[in-house]
Structure formats: C-alpha cells, structure tokens
Ligand binder design. Structure first.
Ligand SMILES: Cc1ncc(COP(=O)(O)O)c(C=O)c1O
Length: 367
C-alpha cells in the first residue's frame, strides 16, 4: 500500500449509475418528492415486506417523527439502550419523552429483552430497540415483552436496512421502524431517513405530520398539525441505484469480515462481537475490544489506518445523565475497549491484510 494512501472508515460506492440517475432527475425538472421517491418507496416496501414507507430528511428526524406519531403523553418513559448513537436518545427527548437507558449484551453489544423487561415501570409507554454493527438484536423476544406490557415499539434500524432476523427484515417487527441512508450506511443517499409501518392508523398520522398536516399538497387547509419532513427526488434517484447494489455490497462485506476474523483471532487480548442467534450479519465496520484501545488506535492511525471508537454511552452524556448515575457497566466497557476498524466496499484484501499485519505487529504476534 502506498504510504500516502490512508485507509478510511467510510468510502462511498458510487459510479456512473448514480450520476446518470441524478442527471435524469435534473432533466425531468422535478426536484422535490416525485417519481424517484415513489419508485424508492416501492423498492423498499418490496425488499422489506413493509406496507407503508415514508421518508424523513435523516435517521434522527425519522426517529423523532416516528415518536411524534405515537402521540404519547409528555414525560412518558421510553426504554432505550445506552449503547447507541446520540440521535436515538435526543429524538426521544425532543419528542417530549423521558429516556430510560438499559445496558447492552456483552457478547453481541445489542439490546436485550431481559434488560428491557427489568426497566419497565408504570410510566413506561414505549421501547426503542436498536440494531447496531450490522446485526439485528433479539427483536422477537423484545416484541413479546412489549406485547405483555402493552408497550409501543419504534425500532432504530438506522444501521440495519434489509438485514434479517429469522428471515424477517429489521424494522418490520415494531410499530414503526426507522432506517438511515447517511453516507456511512449500507445504502446511502447522502442524508436520508426511511420509516416503515404496517399499521394503517399510524401511517395516516405519519403522513399528516410529515406533510404540513394535510394529506396532499395543493390546499392551504391543514386539518392537522404537521411539519415538513420531505426529501428531494435527486436524493431518491441515488437511493434507487444504491438499493440495486445492496446484494453486491452485502456479499463483499461478508468476505471482508471473514478475512479480518481469520487474521485477528487469538491475537493479543482481542475480543470480537458475536452475532445474535437468528440474525444475519452484514458487517458495519469491524468492531473489536482490547484493554489497549488508545495505544492500538494511535499505532494504527500512525500507520495510515483510520480508527473510530465505540459509542459513548447515553447515560454518561452531559445533557442526558441523571442523578444518581445509572450503573450500566457493559456499555461503559464497550466504550473503554472498543475500536472500529474500516470495512467498506473499496477496502481491498491487501488493505485488510495490511491492517491485520499492523495489529499483529502491535501485539508482537508472529505474522
Ligand atoms: C443507531 C443509529 N441511530 C440513529 C442514527 C441517526 O441517523 P442519521 O445520521 O441519518 O441522522 C444513526 C446514524 O449514525 C445510528 O447509527
């Protein structure tokens, strides 16, 4: 590898097909939601097996919109894993809800039914399970807990577009599922959120909320409160092409994951994420755990390998922490020990071998 070439965490899988689609969209002289959005809605509905599909400007606003749609009393408690991206929690706060954080599973790093069940109080109204790092949490078990306690479920499937659990797509288990199409996600349109639901009543409310409180444009009578969560047809043109690449993207990620695993198993004190029984794995970066996180990250960065840490837990975030602080040690140790190695469509076998060799060198392992 030339020393000037840094191995980045994210690199987009874009080519002439996206350019052509954007040009066609410009030629059609229709830039707001239009034919490409309709096409993308249909593609997503078919791929996921979802009845209703809506867009939002990004995943965070998608979660916010989903929670507004539930129409819960202000101050209702919503159970959220503490080991997640900040947007999961802030969406709840801005929707007037009180997040109650629960710990992650130490092996899979995912939300668990057991932790969620233990956090239910008389004020709990909803659960937000989160699927992270390319797999689906034990969502069927979590849905059982939700049904037993009559709780609504918004799945944060931002990282899990088309990833399946026991054959059913992430995001289609709960009342509403939300995906992100941000630049580092499996399929991207730069920014973008997707919401799915099979519930006609929720779909009706969602449609009004995202479209200025009216079923369609063209009238200034707004029967309901609402805002503007629309996206552009240019984005959707890119999104449509990206969806056709998903199978290739997934296959390439599985190969790269296995190559990292084969090279790193048994090296130093490294530990790896395991996969929830019944879940597919479509690698989203390559997470590993080590007690030498800072030293290893600095060593890899100096060798031209961009590293990222894991999520800083929500219960420790300055604006979200409560007194006395919650005791959620798994997420804290995932943060203290977690490193994400780069894994995306443009990472070659030689790149992975270089990263593996550097990690082995750090731990003094024989190459
Ligand atoms: C788990 C999780 N939830 C929510 C989001 C927010 O999505 P967006 O970046 O599209 O707002 C992300 C994005 O990184 C995420 O990883």
């Amino acid at each position: 590898m030339p020393s000037s070439e840094k191995i980045m965490q994210v690199d987009l899988f874009l080519d002439e097909r996206e350019k052509a689609a954007v040009n066609e969209s410009l030629d059609a002289r229709w830039l707001t939601e239009g034919p490409n959005c309709a096409k993308l809605q249909k593609m997503i509905a078919e791929q996921l097996g979802a009845k209703h599909v809506f867009f939002a400007p990004n995943g965070t606003l998608g979660l916010f919109l989903a929670l507004l749609t539930l129409d819960l009393p202000r101050g209702s408690e919503i159970i959220i894993p503490t080991f997640t991206f900040y947007g999961s929690a802030t969406a709840a706060v801005f929707a007037g809800l009180k997040p109650v954080f629960v710990d992650a599973d130490p092996d899979t790093f995912q939300s668990t039914a057991r932790a969620i069940r233990a956090a239910i109080t008389p004020a709990t109204r909803a659960i937000m399970p989160v699927h992270i790092f390319g797999q689906v949490c034990e969502i069927a078990e979590i849905m059982e807990v939700a049904r037993e306690h009559n709780l609504l479920v918004v799945e944060d499937a931002a990282q899990a577009l088309t990833i399946r659990y026991r054959g059913k797509a992430a995001g289609t288990f709960g009342d509403i599922g939300v995906f992100s199409m941000f630049s580092d996600k499996l399929a991207t349109m730069g920014e973008g959120g997707v919401l799915v639901t099979d519930n006609d009543k929720l779909a009706e409310r969602l449609r009004l909320l995202r479209n200025q409180g009216r079923p369609n444009a063209g009238t200034f009578i707004h029967p309901s409160l609402g805002m503007n969560f629309r996206i552009t047809d240019l984005q959707a043109a890119i999104g449509c092409v990206q969806l056709t690449k998903l199978e290739a993207i997934k296959a390439g990620r599985a190969r790269r994951w296995n190559r990292y695993m084969d090279g790193l198993k048994g090296v130093g004190d490294l530990r790896f994420m395991s996969v929830t029984d019944g879940s597919e794995l479509v690698a989203f970066r390559f997470p590993l755990l080590t007690r030498k996180r800072e030293e290893l990250s600095a060593f890899l960065e100096s060798a031209g390998i961009q590293c990222r840490g894991c999520f800083y837990p929500m219960h420790l975030q300055p604006e979200l922490r409560v007194e006395p602080p919650a005791n959620l040690p798994v997420a804290e140790s995932l943060f203290e020990q977690g490193i994400l190695l780069p894994l995306h469509h443009h990472i070659s076998d030689a790149n992975i071998d270089h990263v593996v060799a550097k990690v082995r060198e750090f731990f003094g392992a024989n190459n």
